[in-house]
Design a protein. Structure first.
Length: 69
């Protein structure tokens, strides 16, 4: 159930700064940094959504229904 999200985040940042170093002070370089920022924002779970994920995992583990039809 547990994944090392920090590992993927570190990879993303390393690649973004590596690409930016090659494209420094160009429009493409700025796009790389903006893309990295958007990635981080999209993949940073809120406290509420993280709690919901754990709650659903717990229900599934116990064989309970997560959604009722």
């Amino acid at each position: 159930m547990r994944e090392d999200r920090d590992f993927h985040t570190i990879q993303e940042i390393e690649v973004a700064f590596s690409q930016y170093a090659r494209l420094r002070k160009t429009q493409a370089g700025i796009h790389v940094l903006v893309a990295a920022t958007r990635y981080l924002a999209a993949h940073a779970p809120t406290r509420r959504s993280q709690g919901q994920t754990y709650e659903m995992a717990g229900k599934l583990h116990l064989g309970e229904r997560v959604f009722e039809s």
